[in-house]
Design a protein around this ligand. Structure first.
Ligand code: NAD
Length: 392
């Protein structure tokens, strides 16, 4: 707790501090007389939690003073779902909405239609699929995220989950807390990572970091991505490139998914693709729940076609209590937490403040933060075939 409080946002000199007079300009540079209002959805902390946790409704991303000093109204709520939620009601006259993948306020076409002043949807994190990107483009709303802010946090979670599955950790732990000591039972399904083939769907910021972290385990690395890595990067990692995910999965003992959710990746892992995987392969997915067909995956885990599945992403979020992944065999699922470590929160809170400062000062946004802008999708990671180069 104390360590966290000793990292005030203000001490990080990432940009010029607020200017004396508020200047009401949008990122696209036009003046407006509209009241400036920011509406933000964050998760509630438990009652005894450190109130300084930036990603929660008490920490408020650390930007309340920054906004209020500029005369901007700032509403923060955890109540995000349904037409009568605080978020849905407050966004109707908002200029900016902020949401997070971990506790997503879905910015649907219907909601956008209720918000005529809305200019920008910020993702305090990485992954903006909770926004209807087409509707945002149609309404000239900029969609922007804090690119890179939690990619190490997620890559670490991916490697951890592979080890938890391969080492059969959860059943072993459960033996301990239930007073048992069955070695054979656990040992019959425990493997080393060394020598296995591991492939990533996407080698962007997270996928690349996963490959880097796996290399010292002496494994055989594979990847597929719209953008091929440079020959130097492939050589350094010892990674084999595959043109398509279908070409890759049959080579892998473990598959990790690290691409964004967009129309080409939604429901990509259905029964047909799961059957192309090696029998008994493991899958780790911290990208998005909707990349899987939930029931197909649960059936593949039941049949043993997939030996184990882990990750932290679901659809919808929070996942309903009867979501099939909660009860399927051999899973290592957590709620959506990998990208919201304390370290990541500090980074995405800073990034959100920088985006807002540029917005209110009419400055250009960082290009690598933009997902949709000027009525079109501009992120290369969300549009197939754009070969403007990898992003690491
Ligand atoms: P990135 O933009 O750096 O990389 C994404 C990569 O995916 C790009 O290289 C792109 O070419 C590739 N890609 C897109 N579609 C593909 C496809 N069909 N097949 C193969 N490759 C494809 O993004 P990143 O920072 O690595 O993040 C990736 C995703 O991870 C995010 O969009 C988000 O959905 C998810 N994420 C999850 C968490 C979490 O907490 N679980 C946190 C951050 C990001």
């Amino acid at each position: 707790g104390r360590a966290l409080r000793r990292v005030p946002l203000q001490r990080v000199p990432f940009h010029l501090r607020p200017c004396a007079l508020p200047s009401f300009h949008s990122s696209r540079g036009f003046a407006t007389n509209v009241k400036q209002k920011v509406v933000c959805a964050l998760y509630d902390p438990p009652a005894d939690a450190n109130p300084a946790v930036l990603g929660s409704t008490t920490g408020e991303l650390g930007i309340r003073k920054f906004l209020e000093d500029r005369g901007v109204e700032y509403i923060v709520t955890a109540d995000k779902d349904g037409p009568n939620s605080v978020f849905a009601k407050e966004m109707k006259d908002a200029t900016v909405v902020i949401s997070q993948p971990f506790w997503p306020a879905y910015i649907t076409a219907d909601r956008i239609a209720t918000a005529p002043n809305l200019k920008m949807a910020i993702t305090a994190g990485v992954g903006s699929d909770h926004v209807d990107l087409q509707a945002a483009c149609d309404n000239n709303i900029t969609v922007i995220e804090v690119t890179g802010s939690n990619v190490v946090s997620v890559a670490e979670h991916v490697v951890m989950t592979m080890l938890i599955l391969m080492r059969n950790f959860i059943p072993a732990y459960n033996k301990v807390i239930t007073g048992k000591w069955d070695i054979a039972d656990i040992a019959s399904n425990t493997f080393d990572l060394e020598g296995k083939s591991i492939g990533t769907v996407a080698a962007g910021r997270i996928g690349y970091r996963v490959l880097q972290r796996l290399k010292p385990f002496n494994v055989d690395l594979h990847y597929t991505d719209y953008n091929r890595l440079s020959p130097e990067q492939e050589k350094e990692l010892g990674a084999t490139y595959h043109e398509t995910v279908e070409d890759m999965v049959g080579h892998c003992d473990i598959i990790t998914i690290n691409c964004p959710l967009h129309p080409q990746t939604e429901h990509m892992f259905n029964t047909a693709l799961l059957n192309k995987c090696k029998k008994g392969a493991y899958i780790v997915n911290t990208a998005r729940g909707k990349i899987m067909v939930a029931e197909d995956l649960a059936a593949a885990c039941e049949s043993g076609q997939i030996r184990g599945y882990g990750g932290d992403v679901w659809f919808p979020q929070p996942a309903p209590v009867d979501h099939p992944w909660r009860s399927m065999p051999n899973h290592a699922m957590t709620p959506h937490v990998s990208g919201t470590s304390i370290d990541a929160q500090i980074r995405y809170a800073h990034g959100t403040e920088e985006i807002l400062q540029r917005f209110f000062d009419g400055e250009e946004q960082r290009k690598e933060y933009l997902i949709a802008d000027g009525g079109k999708i501009v992120s290369p990671a969300y549009s197939q075939g754009n070969t403007t180069g990898g992003s690491h």
